[in-house]
Design a protein around this ligand. Structure first.
Ligand code: HEM
Length: 450
């Protein structure tokens, strides 16, 4: 149990500040860096739904009341920008959708939105099914499978194939390593909870620059293929280049920014969702039995690449439960652009607002038995402000509905043939890196289903 030195509102400021610890900034940040998730939980438990403490020399506000979160992310979204954790992580994306702000963001989002419409998913399903089947075909009964590298390669290939019509099968591991190296320093636990501005030196800096070059080469290659009109068109290419590659809808560097954005925003999150899906199944045999029954029934009559969401109701509910218990993006951050009222307090423009889906999803005021995996809780629909794995509002994930279908389809292919069991040394305790990672690469042992 973490101990805090506490202060009441009136101790902190005459104007009335939210409560928070009066430990030194260094002490609070040390706890947040060493054990971010437990420390956030302890802060919420001790001080309530809006907690103030300094981060990197500015006031930080940890907000976990769903009403206030909706206000920041949705109702008052025009008054906020991305905060430090996300700005650092997205520095390499230029003005790509994840990082751009204001009017440019609004225009780009409208431009890209059609590429992520639900209607495209049936066209993607056969490719996803093929790649997932190739992966499981390499497994043998009794194997210990390190899910993280498997799922990272799979999600990179899925995203690249459906978004860019390019399968980076041979270079997939070095591309995955490059993305991890580049976004690593944007990890909220280091970017937000460091003592000062995050900067890289020496070997770290050279590694990030080398990684950045790998990603730039990849993005340049995709844009060059598109401009030569090579390969098949994809909805993303249609949105970014348009029908005539000699007169593209955007200039080359903007197209590249969006290619990098989709690659980076998509694959780490998708990887984490897949890893935690298998990890959670391995720890919940009755839930796994029910997923397997549903998948067997659906695939008795459906061809494997023909995804029909109506046949996978329980599996989709399970995926919601995965994203609730292990939200890949465990921390969002925002900065107000002007003095902002929030929860009865006035938040100054230099402040960092921190919103943790992890905290919101595990709060007993939002979900009954919050630590248990209960897919049935989703049968009556979703409570939008208490379920925020994709964020909310105008900056919410553009690929939310695709992502749920993608994870469900990969799960169906895995569970149709394999049962997953917790491997020795695996632990459900996540590592709060850029996304939530599993210890021991989320290893599971697998057995062929009879
Ligand atoms: C389970 C998988 C995923 C999760 C949990 C997830 C989560 C998120 C979250 C939380 C945000 C909002 C960040 C904020 O408000 O600051 C976001 C934004 C975004 N995501 Fe996802 N994401 C997932 C998959 C994907 C995929 C597969 C793609 C692309 C292929 C993608 C592309 C994007 C983009 C472009 C944005 C920026 C949207 C904007 O600012 O307008 N995401 N995602």
């Amino acid at each position: 149990m973490l101990a805090w030195t506490t202060a009441s509102n009136s101790d902190l400021s005459a104007g009335g500040s939210p409560p928070g610890p009066v430990d030194s900034e260094g002490e609070v940040l040390r706890k947040l860096r060493e054990s971010p998730l437990h420390t956030l939980e302890a802060l919420r438990r001790e001080f309530g739904s809006i907690v103030r403490f300094p981060v990197g020399g500015v006031p930080g506000y940890l907000v976990s009341d769903p009403r206030l979160i909706k206000q920041v992310l949705e109702t008052d979204a025009a008054h906020y920008r991305k905060g430090r954790a996300q700005r650092t992580g997205t520095a390499l994306l230029g003005q790509g959708l994840l990082a751009s702000e204001g009017e440019l963001h609004r225009i780009r989002r409208a431009q890209l939105m059609p590429a992520f419409g639900r209607r495209h998913f049936p066209g993607y399903a056969p490719a996803i099914a093929r790649l997932a089947t190739e992966m499981t075909d390499r497994w043998s009964d009794g194997d210990e499978v390190r899910i993280y590298p498997e799922m990272r390669n799979l999600s990179l290939r899925i995203i690249s194939l459906i978004a860019f019509d390019f399968d980076p099968s041979v270079g997939v591991t070095s591309l995955g390593n490059a993305v991890a190296d580049v976004v690593g320093p944007g990890n909220p636990a280091t970017a937000l909870f460091s003592d000062g501005p995050a900067s890289l030196a020496g070997e770290d800096r050279s590694r990030v620059l080398r990684a950045r070059a790998v990603i730039d080469d990849f993005a340049n290659g995709i844009v060059a293929r598109w401009k030569r009109n090579e390969g098949r068109s994809t909805p993303l290419r249609d949105a970014l280049v348009g029908p005539d590659p000699s007169h593209p809808a955007l200039d080359d560097s903007s197209i590249e920014e969006e290619v990098r954005t989709v690659l980076i925003a998509g694959h780490q999150t998708l990887t984490a969702a897949l890893v935690w899906s298998l990890s959670l199944l391995s720890r919940n045999p009755p839930v796994a039995d029910q997923v397997e029954r549903e998948v067997d029934e659906a695939l008795r009559t459906l061809p494997i690449g023909q995804f029909d969401a109506r046949r996978f109701g329980y599996s989709i509910a399970f995926v919601h439960e995965v994203l609730r218990l292990y939200p890949p993006v465990w921390m969002l951050s925002r900065k107000p652009i002007d003095l902002r009222p929030l929860g009865g307090y006035i938040i100054p423009p230099e402040a960092e607002i921190m919103i943790s889906p992890w905290l919101v999803h595990r709060d007993p005021r939002n979900f009954t038995h919050p630590l248990d995996c209960i897919p049935a809780r989703w049968e009556s629909g979703t409570e939008e402000a208490t379920f925020i794995p994709f964020g909310l509002g105008p900056r919410g994930c553009i690929a939310a509905s695709h992502s749920i279908s993608e994870v469900t389809l990969v799960l169906a292919i895995v569970c149709h043939r394999w049962s997953v069991h917790l491997a020795p040394g695996s632990s459900p305790e996540p590592i709060a890196a850029t996304t939530l990672l599993a210890r021991n690469d989320g290893a599971v042992t697998i057995s062929l289903r009879g």
